[in-house]
Design a protein. Structure first.
Length: 581
């Protein structure tokens, strides 16, 4: 199945983000399961609801609040020196095939189709069960019992609450969000006013907490993360904890002396358990033994208990539901970039035609050259193993990177190269070793020689532009070569060669909407244009300045509303013929 490149690439990026959220959410769920197993009858049940809420945010929200004590800060090994800044001397690689077409028309992976199918199927199951329940609810009748009316009147909420009955259910339940309804079985014994009060108090607690909405959100979460077994565990346990929290609310309302009577009422209701209604709140649909144990072991709330619960919840959330904090230097630079007025039109600073607004680069930026020189003096391997190669690619090549925005991708690559370590050195050092020796036939050669260097250059050009106040367009170096041939009695014989070394600059006009695939396609088109110029007959008699003008004119035609060709320089242009020895 194929679709437009931009849409498919964006979907792949979303899928990658979804997997990351599911993994981090699974870590949080695992911690909550452990805490719950150890303290389910020791902590207030609302503490577990708060923890489940934090896990829900981990699974749904792609952004995390950074914390210095996050577990991910401890796991993540961060480098203490910045990425070396230097001009990239290796030329860009012109790839074979139609790169732009391949980048724009990718195929949807079977895993993506499987995820979509699973999510849709589970959503349909929830919808069918909900519609089945709605038919039952629609056939219900209002309760006219004086006890029910007086109880509801005494416990009035801002939302109007109805009490209805149906002969198609065997145990009480609650449905509705804005206009909630307590639905009771038709054969309910109203003579047992204490039991009736327990039931109404439990269901009113569901309504007060908006548990109907919570169940919808949990169902949506399960549809999205259906492939994650721990999310299924979370769905089951969080629904149980909703019931436990309501049980706890009833006990607080009626006092500790009501525990035996309430547990007995729960047992009687469990004997009449109704069918599955996953989007409504039922009085007795969850694990009976756990609920009876919680009721009989209920304790009075104390200030120490509340404080202890708050500490545990806060510790779990801060340690496991936050992200690794960035280094202060990176945060300061990021803050500077974010607060700098940036126009997507591209004119963020004046060109280098005056010194009035000129600013000196910070002195501490110079030492990165010394870091690079010290690495070279100490010596590093000019060779690499297959294992090192595989590890490098797993670290520096995000899945579905073609669909990432330039802003997101360039930040990611810069952070990887600047902060992470590999063995005794940096990832940048390993990267430089690999790219220095990689063969052009390697499937990742284009990514390592084009995509990463371009992004590194773009990021550093933007930093220099910020610090100097002068416009600095990123540059890209490349070469073009053509072997000329002539006919010799029907044979094509090599007669000479045309060689072109050049560099061009460009301007990213829309960093948030320009994708990496589109940027790479632009670079390929410029390199292909330079290669095509060598096919023209007039090239054989052209001068170096003529080639510059031809390349400039051809490059400007490739500009669009997201990226613009801004200039070029020809360093070497040679046309020569082979001579007989």
């Amino acid at each position: 199945m194929e679709m437009s490149g931009a849409i498919a690439a964006e979907i792949e990026v979303i899928m990658q983000t979804l997997l990351e959220m599911s993994l981090s959410g699974a870590v949080m769920i695992g911690v909550i399961i452990i805490v719950r197993a150890l303290a389910v009858n020791r902590l207030p049940k609302t503490a577990f609801l708060a923890l489940w809420g934090a896990a829900f945010c981990c699974l749904i929200l792609p952004m995390r609040i950074p914390s210095p004590i996050s577990v991910y800060s401890a796991i993540r090994r961060r480098g203490d020196f910045p990425m070396p800044v230097r001009n990239w001397q290796r030329t860009g690689l012109l790839l074979t095939g139609n790169v732009a077409r391949e980048a724009s028309v990718p195929s949807l992976s079977p895993w993506l189709l499987l995820w979509i199918g699973g999510a849709v199927l589970l959503a349909l199951i929830f919808l069918i069960l909900h519609l089945r329940g709605r038919r039952v609810y629609a056939a219900s009748l209002p309760v006219e019992q004086p006890f029910a009316k007086s109880w509801i009147e005494e416990h009035r909420l801002r939302r109007p609450v109805q009490v209805r009955y149906s002969d198609r259910i065997e145990s009480p339940l609650t449905y509705g969000i804005l206009w909630p309804v307590i639905l009771l079985p038709a054969d309910m014994d109203w003579k047992e006013e204490e039991t009736a009060g327990f039931i109404l108090a439990h269901e009113m607690s569901h309504i007060r907490r908006f548990d109907a909405l919570t169940k919808w959100l949990l169902a949506a979460m399960l549809c999205i993360h259906w492939f994650n077994p721990l999310v299924w565990v979370m769905y089951i346990l969080s629904n149980r904890d909703l019931e436990l929290a309501c049980d706890e609310s009833v006990i607080r309302q009626y006092g500790m002396q009501s525990c035996p009577s309430y547990a007995l009422a729960l047992l009687e209701m469990e004997e009449k358990r109704t069918y599955l209604t996953p989007l409504s709140s039922s009085f007795s649909k969850n694990a009976l033994k756990e609920r009876i144990d919680a009721i009989m072991k209920a304790k009075k709330r104390t200030a120490a208990g509340i404080i202890g619960a708050l500490v545990i919840v806060a510790a779990v959330v801060v340690i496991f539901a936050t992200s690794a904090i960035e280094k202060q230097s990176e945060a300061a630079r990021k803050n500077l970039l974010e607060n700098l007025p940036v126009k997507n039109a591209g004119e963020t600073a004046d060109r280098d035609d005056g010194e009035e607004n000129s600013k000196e680069l910070p002195a501490d930026m110079d030492y990165v050259w010394n870091v690079w020189d010290s690495w070279k003096e100490e010596g590093y391997s000019e060779d690499y193993t297959q294992e090192q190669y595989d590890q490098l690619m797993s670290m520096v090549k995000p899945e579905a990177y073609e669909g990432m925005s330039i802003a997101e991708f360039n930040r990611t690559i810069n952070r990887i190269m600047e902060d992470d370590e590999y063995g005794g050195g940096s990832i940048y050092e390993l990267y430089d070793t690999v790219v220095s020796n990689i063969q052009e036939t390697d499937p990742n050669a284009g990514y390592l020689r084009n995509t990463i260097p371009a992004s590194m250059e773009e990021y550093q050009s933007r930093v220099q532009e910020v610090y100097s106040g002068k416009r600095k367009d990123p540059s890209f170096s490349a070469s073009a070569e053509k072997i000329t041939t002539e006919d010799v009695f029907g044979d094509s014989v090599e007669a000479g060669q045309i060689w072109l070394d050049y560099e061009f600059t460009y301007r990213i006009l829309d960093q948030d909407n320009l994708t990496v695939g589109e940027r790479d396609a632009f670079l390929q088109k410029v390199m292909q244009t330079a290669r095509d110029l060598l096919e023209a007959d007039e090239v054989k008699s052209a001068a170096q300045e003529d080639m510059k003008e031809m390349l400039q004119a051809a490059g400007e035609k490739l500009s669009n509303d997201k990226i613009s060709f801004t200039g070029c320089e020809v360093y070497n242009f040679e046309v020569y013929r082979l001579s007989e020895s």
